[in-house]
Structure formats: structure tokens, C-alpha cells
Design a protein around this ligand. Structure first.
Ligand SMILES: Cc1cc2nc3c(=O)[nH]c(=O)nc-3n(C[C@H](O)[C@H](O)[C@H](O)COP(=O)(O)OP(=O)(O)OC[C@H]3O[C@@H](n4cnc5c(N)ncnc54)[C@H](O)[C@@H]3O)c2cc1C
Length: 320
């Protein structure tokens, strides 16, 4: 518990970011999770995934942007990415964080930027997934998602939600009323016990409960991944946890939902053997491919998820 609080602090600390980002070993270790610093490098990673039958969602790393100018610049960068993905013709959508395009500066600015992104994505047939951030942004992220989606972007935008939050089941039920596309994940931030399940087994149980809701809805709406892999069905099951994946696949089988009615999502660099195995079994798989120079907070979250990663990192820190 104390460790997660400490890591959560480190993810935000400028001094730690400066040390770690300039440390050669950290850069090397982060390369396991991050597909490079440039868009070209990330596109090569996506092309390799596509050849294996795996779709992607590309994330230009960056979050908690604090000025209007930076938020507008991030928005322009995302629009460039959309154009480039279309031009290269890879099977990939884009994942974005609203704090990257101004949510912590001004909600109206963020909405304006999000609408610009969605309009371009609609023109280019690229799917946009709104990632979920820490709980200080949950309500506003959901509000902005719903408001913008309702302006004609229903089929090209989806949202991520987190099974560790108590509120999530209600949020999902509301989102499903309009058939929103949802990525369920466990949640990567440190949240207090007043609003989030402190025990892993409760987070897992809630994950399965939400999975069931998503699969039932997928069956009802006959929601399917598009044949070129660009547009996901309603349920995206975002986890590397074999038991959660097994639950999803078994439940799908029990209700006769075809595999094309769901997709399993994983992060670049984590359990790639399992990704390949699922593809062989005919299950749609999408990998989240992050790239860019702002890799520090993403990297710290990946360390926090797995003690083995953290100890490997720390043992090298003390050795150097
Ligand atoms: C596609 C995708 C999108 C996501 N989007 C969001 C989001 O928008 N908001 C958000 O809060 N979180 C997001 N997450 C992160 C998520 O919330 C979890 O923090 C993360 O996926 C780890 O949990 P798990 O479900 O894999 O289960 P766990 O129980 O943590 O892990 C299961 C197994 O997966 C492997 N594993 C998991 N993490 C690691 C790691 N870091 N390094 C090495 N092996 C690992 C291990 O073998 C582990 O035993 C996303 C995750 C995925 C896969």
C-alpha cells in the first residue's frame, strides 16, 4: 500500500522525472513498454503487430498538460497522427487522455479540442478511445465523452472505465443505454478506499461483472468488430489477467456471442505470447501502443503494477 502511494507520488514528481528520464538504464527498460520516441518508430511496431493479425490503438504519450497553448499543440499532434495512420493504412485507432488536450486547464477548451479530433477521426475513419485517468477527472471525462459522442460521433469514439471504482457499475449501465463502446480495465492509479475497492479480488470480481454486462449488450446489439479491425465492438476487455480473459471467453461461449462480438486488449510489451495465442484461437486482439518522449508517468505505472519490474529497476538504480 505504502509502495503504491510512493509510486503514485513519484509519477507526478518533476525532480524524479528529470533524473529517471535522463538515466540510460531507465530509457532502456522503458523500451519494453514504449514503442519508441517517434511516430515512425511506433508505426513500425504497429505494422509488425498487424502482420500477426493484431490490431492496435496508438497513444502519443502526454498527460496533465497545464497551458492552453500546450493543449492545442497536443490536439494538433493527435490530428497529425490520425492523418498519418490513414495515409499509411495500418489497422490502428488512437487512444487519448483528456488531460492531454486541456481537461485540467479548462473544460470548454478540452471540449473544443476533443470535437476537433473527433471530426478529423470521423473524416478519416479512425476510432478514438478516451482513456480514463485518476478519479479527480472521472466525472468530467464521462461528461465530456457523453456530450461530444452525442454530436454525431457515436460510432467512432469509445471510453475506458476502471473496475476498481465503486461507481463504475452505474456508469457502465448508463453508458450502455446508448450502446457506448467501452474498454474495461482494472485501473492504474492509486485511489482511496472511500471510492475504490482496496482488495484485488474485489476489483477482479467487479471486472467480471462489468464484462458480463458488456457481453450481454454486445449480443443484444449484434455489435461486431469491423472486418478490417478498425472499429471495435462494444466490449473491449483490457487486461493481461488470464482468469479475466477466460471468464470473458467462457461467458461469450455460454451466451453464443461470436468472438467478433468482443475484443481483448493488452499493452505493448506485456504477455505477447498470450496475444499471439488468442489470435490463433480466432479472438480479436488489440494492443495499446504508446510512444513519445513523455514516457515517464506511463513507465512508473507499469512498474507499480508488478513488484518484479520494480525490484529489477531499483536493484539497477542502487548498482549504478
Ligand atoms: C489496453 C489497455 C488499456 C488500458 N487503459 C487504461 C486506462 O484508460 N486507465 C487506467 O487506469 N488503466 C488502464 N489500463 C491499465 C490497467 O488498468 C491495469 O493497470 C493493467 O492492465 C494491469 O492490470 P491487469 O488487468 O493486467 O491485471 P494484473 O492482475 O495486474 O496482472 C495480470 C498479469 O498480467 C501481467 N502484467 C500486468 N501488468 C504488468 C506489467 N506492468 N509488467 C509485466 N507484466 C504485467 C502479469 O503476468 C500479471 O500477473 C489499461 C490496460 C490495458 C491492457
Amino acid at each position: 500500500m505504502m509502495l503504491r502511494i510512493f509510486l503514485s507520488y513519484l509519477a507526478q514528481a518533476v525532480w524524479a522525472r528529470n533524473i529517471v528520464q535522463n538515466w540510460g538504464f531507465a530509457r532502456k527498460m522503458s523500451a519494453r513498454f514504449v514503442a519508441g520516441e517517434t511516430l515512425d518508430e511506433a508505426i513500425v511496431v504497429i505494422q509488425v503487430l498487424n502482420k500477426k493479425g493484431i490490431n492496435a490503438t496508438l497513444d502519443h504519450l502526454g498527460e496533465n498538460v497545464c497551458t492552453e497553448e500546450d493543449a492545442r499543440q497536443s490536439t494538433d499532434e493527435i490530428i497529425t497522427i490520425i492523418d498519418r495512420l490513414k495515409q499509411v493504412g495500418v489497422a490502428s485507432g488512437v487512444s487519448i487522455k483528456l488531460s492531454q488536450i486541456g481537461l485540467v486547464v479548462d473544460s470548454a477548451l478540452c471540449e473544443e479540442n476533443l470535437l476537433k479530433i473527433l471530426e478529423r477521426a470521423k473524416n478519416k475513419d479512425i476510432f478514438i478511445r478516451v482513456d480514463m485517468e485518476d478519479s479527480s477527472l472521472t466525472e468530467e471525462t464521462l461528461n465530456l465523452f457523453t456530450r461530444t459522442r452525442n454530436q454525431g460521433y457515436h460510432s467512432i469514439v469509445g471510453i475506458a472505465i476502471q473496475s476498481y471504482l465503486f461507481r463504475t457499475e452505474d456508469d457502465v449501465r448508463k453508458l450502455l443505454e446508448t450502446g457506448s463502446k467501452i474498454r474495461i480495465c482494472k485501473g492504474a492509479y492509486k485511489e482511496p478506499p472511500e471510492i475504490a475497492f482496496p482488495k484485488k479480488r474485489d476489483v477482479d470480481k467487479n471486472f467480471d461483472k462489468i464484462t458480463k454486462l458488456l457481453l450481454d449488450r454486445s449480443l443484444l446489439e449484434e455489435s461486431r468488430i469491423s472486418s478490417d479491425g478498425s472499429f471495435p465492438p462494444i466490449p473491449a476487455i483490457g487486461t493481461h489477467d488470464q482468469e479475466r480473459i477466460n471468464y470473458a471467453l467462457e461467458y461469450a461461449r455460454s451466451i453464443n456471442l461470436p468472438l467478433q462480438g468482443l475484443e481483448i486488449q493488452m499493452l505493448h510489451g506485456i504477455r505477447s505470447n498470450l496475444q499471439d495465442q488468442l489470435v490463433k484461437e480466432g479472438c480479436p486482439v488489440r494492443v495499446y501502443v504508446p510512444y513519445g518522449s513523455e514516457w515517464y508517468p506511463y513507465f512508473v505505472r507499469r512498474l507499480a503494477e508488478r513488484p518484479a519490474n520494480l525490484w529489477f529497476f531499483l536493484s539497477n538504480l542502487f548498482r549504478s
